[in-house]
Structures are given as C-alpha cells and as structure tokens.
Design a protein around this ligand. Sequence first.
Ligand code: F2R
Ligand code: MG
Ligand code: MG
Length: 349
Amino acid sequence: GGPASLSRFRGALVAAVVGDCVGGEFEGAEEVPMENVLQHLNSLDDETKGNSILDYSDDTAMARCVVQSLLTRTGFDEQDMARRFAKEYSASPGRGYGSGVIQVLKKLSSPQLSDVYQPARDQFNGRGSFGNGGAMRVAPFALAFPDIANVKRFARLGAMLTHSCSLGYNGAVLQALAVHLSLQGALDLPQEFISKLINEMEEVEGDKAALNDARILKEAEKPFCERLRKVRYLMNQSKVSIEEVISELGNGIAALHSVPTAIFCVLHCLQPREYLPESYGGLERTIAYSLALGGDTDTIACMAGAIAGAHYGIEAIPQSWIKCCEGAQDADMTAERLYMLYHQSSKGG
Ligand code: F2R
Ligand code: MG
Ligand code: MG
C-alpha cells in the first residue's frame, strides 16, 4: 500500500507481536545458530503441531496498554496509561518484565500517587532506567500521531512513565521515529532513511539532560547518533558477520544496545541474504535475522518487526505465524482503529 495505508498499520502492529512471541524462544541465549532459528520458524508452519500457541511477553502486554489508552483517550493521557500499565502487571505479572521496572509498576498502582512520573525517577538511585522497556512498546505512538513533533513528544512522555534516564526514553523516541518514517514509505530510500534518523536524533540528543546523562554514563556525547552512524557504516558493507553486529551495536537489554540494532536488522534484510531461505520475503528475513543475533531477541524482533511491518504491510506476514502468536489477531483488529485515529488527526479532526 501507499504511505500510511491500512496494510502498513496492520503490518506494524502485528509484526511487533509476532517478533515478541517468536523471539521469546531465544531471549537471553548467547549464541543462536541460524539453523535453530529456521527450525523454530519452520515449526510454526507445521500443522501437525496443532494448537501450540507462543505467548506474548511484557513487550506486547505493555504495547497493548499503550494502544488501548491512546484509543480510549483519543490521545496521550499519562494518568490513564500509567493506570493501565499497573493494572496489566498486577493481572499478569509473569510476562517476563525487567527486574527493575516491576518496582515502578507496583508503585503506579497506588491510589495515593500524585505524580505518575515519580516512581520512574526513583529508579536506580535516582538515575532512572536505561532499559529498552520504553522502546519495546512505543510503536503505537507512531501509529496514532501523524505529526513528527507529536510522535517525538508523546513517545518520550510515554516512555518516561517507567524510564526516566535519557538513554531509556530517547531509545523510545528513536524507535518511534523509525516506525513513523517507515509508515511513510521512507525505507524505499534506505540511505535517506538513516540520514533522517540521524538528523532527528542530533536535535533530540542535543537536550541538556541527554548530554548530562551521556557524560555521567561515559557514553559518546550523542550516543544514539554515534550508534546510527555505525548502522550506516555496517549497512553499506557487502558482508557483515553476526559477531561484528553484536560487538558494534549490541544485542542487550539497554535501549542503546538494542534499538539501533533493530533498525540495522530491518535495513540489512531489505535484500535477500545467502544464509536466509530464498523463499523468505523481507519481513521474514528481518524476524529470522533478529533472532539469530541472540541476546534480547524478543525485544529486538518486536522492534524490528514494527519497523519492517510498517514497510512491507500485513500481506508480508505468514498467516501460519500470525495464527501461532498470542495477541496477533487482536493486534490486527485494533490496527484499524489506530489507522482511523491517525487519519482523523491528520485532517485536524
Ligand atoms: N527482563 C527481560 N528478560 C530477562 C528476564 C526474563 C524473565 N525473567 C524470564 O522469566 O525469563 N525482558 C524484558 O525486559 C526488557 C525490558 O526491560 P525494562 O522494562 O527496560 O526494565 P528495567 O528493569 O527498567 O531495565 C532492564 C534492566 O536494565 C538494567 N538497567 C537499566 N537501567 C539501569 C541503570 N540506570 N543502572 C544499572 N542497570 C540498569 C537493569 O539490569 C534492569 O533490570 C525487555 O528485554 C523485555 O523483554
Ligand atoms: Mg519481553
Ligand atoms: Mg526482551
């Protein structure tokens, strides 16, 4: 479909869920041979496996809260979103949440809480979390707001409900920008896509708090820009090993070590690769490649899935994968409602 078509909305939301569900198999694994990835993905096509459903994790559980909040409130409402996160956690605490964020989610359920951003500020001795939990759930912001300034503003605020360190919330801003641009068709010109991301992040990371956090954590002055330049370098190499991707970009639980990686996965898999089946389209390649990196596979595949889904559209996701993933059909249904909200806002309604 054309820019911001319904197919792209459905693709983004559904592929994020699929990435989370299929990626859960390898989360935390140090090495994941491609053979094991392909075996896992092939097993999803195997009808004889019957009804085995892959559960979604915290990535999707929180993204569903974001979607429901944006739709119900027809925009960003921090009180409502915080309440939904807390309620979801207390109803289903076993979804594999980060060990730190659990404290925030418990505090958010207190009726006495006057500032919903305070529990996040208290994390890690007041430094705040730099985990990728803000980024893993951020795609719906890019699907609700057509205006790039609103995407950046609300992605940041939505992430700050749990992640007050700029290396956490700016990872969410970057992921939201990648989905936003992909939805517009920007991945048709990959060089321009990465340049636009770098330009946007130059401004985002020029913020005083971001410069200060980067200095304290002994990172580059603008850490996401630095990583995106590495993405640009790697995407222009004819051959890149998995080891090089992991050592240059990372595959870990920090937003800095996973959001640029997810973006790289999408860019790298725009073309066929010899180690991936010829029968695979770009979206299948992206998911398979994300899993083969090991580490935080559910989250990297979820984020790469959202960006790739917004590019290739719903038709690129195998039906057999959708059927096996808890919440994927549900995501498909809510995508249409986000599509309507987005297009209402773009008409100024
Ligand atoms: N947590 C996981 N996976 C590992 C455990 C799986 C599960 N227990 C199981 O049963 O298998 N996955 C999920 O967590 C990631 C998102 O985490 P989030 O929401 O950012 O959480 P948190 O706790 O805020 O941060 C994660 C860890 O990062 C380190 N960290 C963050 N900020 C820090 C800081 N300022 N200083 C020091 N360390 C910091 C801590 O180790 C945090 O626990 C996703 O992968 C999701 O899938
Ligand atoms: Mg998870
Ligand atoms: Mg994860």
